[in-house]
Design a binder for this molecule. Structure first.
Ligand SMILES: Cc1cc2nc3c(=O)[nH]c(=O)nc-3n(C[C@H](O)[C@H](O)[C@H](O)COP(=O)(O)OP(=O)(O)OC[C@H]3O[C@@H](n4cnc5c(N)ncnc54)[C@H](O)[C@@H]3O)c2cc1C
Length: 483
């Protein structure tokens, strides 16, 4: 944009007669205030988190096209993350489907594929391209990202690095002595072998978390199978009230069929559908085998994934800090989405995310909005880097741990919410409600961050002293005069 409206000031600028108002004098930036510079972002993974962000960037914040270019690197051969790879028999979401998408895994993956096509969300996705190392470059204020495609590595660069690599993504065999020397067939829920014929076999199902619960009845149904369930501890299934009661029926079944009439009403009456979804979030009743019902706040299930949050490739931040080393004992983040010493690095579902309360997918949308706020601020305020302060995160973790002690997640059972430990800190779930999290991320708390600017004077963002609005003669420059 070209220069100021005030002709006298224009002359002053040309003569470089800038008054020295600060200790460090910098030339006036001859652009309107808050003119954005173009930033680059690298987004790791093409699962639901990253695709949510891309949808917001492309369709809800079209102004971002002028502010941000981005590339999405996906290690696998297709988009969809969790719902691409988890194809075991019976795979489905384990929350009421109305606060997720659909029930069955294949339906969920189809839905993701459909929305990607409808909104052209894969425009910037590079498949079969794995991020194998990320390195912060202090001087440039950018990330060097090493990616591997077809066995060939190359370097990519971006000011902003976003992790959408998922928190239940890296599956692992259970730590059971002798498992590796078992001569029969071994299969993991996250890498199901569909070519093997399971019928007529004696099958051990180890684990009774969400996946184990879904697989077991499907295998038991097969011709001639003899299925044994090996359970480390009990699984608690919670339901505050019968789902049918929410629909106004007297059926006490915890999982009633939706009638054709229900389905018609959900389709035709969005308000009713929305009210129904809201009620489902509050189901919190545990049903025990002996028929008792106990109201609780939270459910905890074991899973077969690496839940350490530690990256499996070098993520090297400021002062050569390694994220894997920093998080080796306790993964501690700022609101699950950033970490001290890792500037311009934003994370979906990092440590202590909203994974156990409310709707996770709505939470991903809130985090995407938060990231966009930061990117806009960085672009328009000449910011080089932002990272949460270490003392802020220390206080946040200390206070959060105290809240968590009052919640069910700290109960004495082994759980992935506690990195698979019986005792110890809760590392997976946020220390509070989904609504509190939403409030926290709805605004940037700048005071929690260490911000570095590109110029020695942070007010370079003031540009030539005018707003872009004033440069358009058609605009009313006195709109703020009250009647
Ligand atoms: C069996 C199962 C059932 C679930 N059910 C529910 C449910 O009912 N409700 C709920 O809220 N949540 C559920 N979840 C959690 C689910 O993971 C999230 O809801 C959501 O799908 C996470 O999306 P995401 O994009 O964050 O991560 P993911 O879906 O895991 O996607 C991450 C992507 O990043 C890619 N990636 C990882 N590392 C790299 C790398 N180095 N380079 C390039 N790409 C990389 C992966 O290939 C993957 O495609 C379930 C998870 C599982 C495993």
């Amino acid at each position: 944009m070209e220069a100021p409206l005030n002709p006298n000031m224009h002359t002053a600028l040309e003569r470089d007669e800038i008054p020295d108002r600060t200790k460090i004098s910098i030339p006036v930036n001859n652009q309107p205030s808050f003119t954005p510079r173009k930033l680059r972002a690298i987004i790791i993974g093409a699962g639901y988190s990253s695709l949510t962000l891309v949808h917001k960037l492309r369709h809800q914040h079209p102004e971002m096209e002028d502010i941000l270019t981005y590339k999405i690197f996906e290690a696998r051969s297709d988009i969809g993350g969790t719902w691409l790879v988890n194809t075991y028999p019976g795979v489905q979401c384990d929350v009421p489907a109305h606060i997720y998408f659909y029930v069955g895994g294949p339906e969920i993956h189809d839905y993701i594929k459909r929305i990607v096509e409808k909104w052209n969300l894969d425009r910037d996705v590079q498949l079969n391209t794995k991020v194998v190392g990320t390195y912060w470059q202090e001087q440039q204020g950018s990330w060097k990202v090493v990616v591997e495609h077809n066995g060939v590595q190359r370097e990519e660069y971006a000011e902003v690095l976003i992790s959408g690599q998922g928190f239940l993504n890296l599956w692992k065999w259970p730590d059971i002595k002798g498992l590796e020397s078992f001569k029969g067939k071994k299969v993991h829920s996250a890498k199901w072998d569909h070519s093997y014929d399971y019928s007529g076999k004696r099958i051990a199902v180890i684990g009774n978390g969400s996946s184990g619960i879904q697989i077991l009845p499907q295998l038991a149904k097969l011709e001639g199978t003899d299925v044994t369930s090996f359970q480390r501890g009990p699984t608690w299934v919670i339901s505050r009230m019968s789902a049918a009661k929410l629909l106004g029926r007297d059926d006490i079944s915890p999982n009633p069929e939706y009638t054709e009439e229900d389905q018609r009403r959900f389709t035709e009456d969005p308000k009713y559908h929305n009210e129904y979804r809201k009620q489902l979030i509050h189901q919190h009743e545990v049903h025990t085998a002996d028929g008792q019902a106990v109201e609780v706040d939270v459910i905890v299930c074991a899973t077969g994934f690496d839940v350490s949050h530690c990256p499996h490739y070098p993520v090297i931040g400021r002062d050569q800090t390694s994220l894997a080393k920093k998080w080796a004992d306790e993964p501690e983040s700022y609101l699950s989405l950033a970490c001290p010493q890792f500037p311009n690095y934003f994370i979906f579902t990092g440590p202590n995310a909203v994974v156990g309360h409310g709707s996770l997918v709505e939470g991903l949308g809130w985090v995407a909005e938060y990231m966009i706020k930061w990117i806009k601020k960085m672009a328009t305020e000449d910011i080089k880097s932002v990272a949460p302060k270490q003392d802020v995160v220390d206080e946040f973790v200390t206070y959060g741990d105290e809240i968590l002690k009052t919640l069910t997640w700290t109960g004495g059972c082994r759980s992935w919410y506690k990195k698979g430990r019986v005792d110890g800190r809760v590392t997976a779930a946020f220390a509070g409600s989904a609504l509190l999290f939403k409030r926290f991320v709805s605004e940037i708390r700048g005071e929690d961050f260490e911000i570095q600017y590109r110029s020695p004077n942070r007010f370079k963002m003031m540009g030539n002293g005018f707003t872009e609005y004033e440069l358009d003669d058609a605009n009313d420059l006195a709109w703020y005069i009250e009647k």
